[in-house]
Design a binder for this molecule. Sequence first.
Ligand code: CP
Length: 311
Amino acid sequence: MKGRKHLLGLEELGREQIEQILDSAKSFKEVLERPIPKVPTLRGKTVANLFFEPSTRTRISFELAEKRLSADTVNFTASGSSVSKGESLKDTARNIEAMQVDMIVVRHQASGAPHFLARSLDCSVINAGDGTHEHPTQGLLDMFTMREHKGRIEGLKVVIVGDIAHSRVAASNIWGLTKLGARVVVCGPTTLLPLGIERLGVEPTSDLDEALEDADVVNVLRIQLERQEKGLFPTTREYSRCFGLTRNRLSAAKEDVLVMHPGPMNRGVEISQDVADGPFSVILEQVANGVAVRMAVLYLLSGSEVEPKPE
Ligand code: CP
């Protein structure tokens, strides 16, 4: 990762680069467990968080990661900004960069928006989720959580359930997990499984019970209710009946299965209450690990020489 300026997706990273981020995140997780969870790694650097789409976890997680690294941070949300007066993405970002910003974290509804900014700006750009393309730091924190529990990614059977076609979380998980040697099964209605997805090295199926057999990890995606109007699945109830993760269904998986969800959850639709809050759920651990993973990404892209040292 050293020498790399941007993080736009996991597609562009090699196995060693992904493993370097995960290893570095382990050191930063140790920092977060100290009484004063702060290091001077990014002192003097300024990071702008540009969120053109709603976010709870990613936005707060990046901001906390920046503060824990002693960076100065500024936050931009499209509502209340000059975007409402018609200012373009490029002009908005170039004006923010002109205020001596070193790194930009961007979430945008358009796939490819971070790539466009990376070509238009001199500073580093980090993708915090672009359209249906990628959400690389979510993929990384998912893998970090899996590795923490299982000790490895290689050989794990990971089932990703839901709207595979429109999910940037699914895309980043698929790129990352296949590079690290996991067996990835993607499960959802045929209308939400892209044609030819097996070319990415995954196994598609619409039979959740079959998919769950001997699974090490089940990553449940948010069903995007806004897509229901487009007729991609009959009703929420029907979706839940066929693809909702319940305690009963989960019994087909390994007895130490991990249940993950990137959030926000539709409880009672893609995941039952008792599974979301049950003993196999690591959903809040994912959120906690997100801060350490984002600290690692910011550190590695910044070119900082100030490494976190063991206490
Ligand atoms: N996982 C995730 O991207 O959540 P937010 O939309 O709340 O950031």
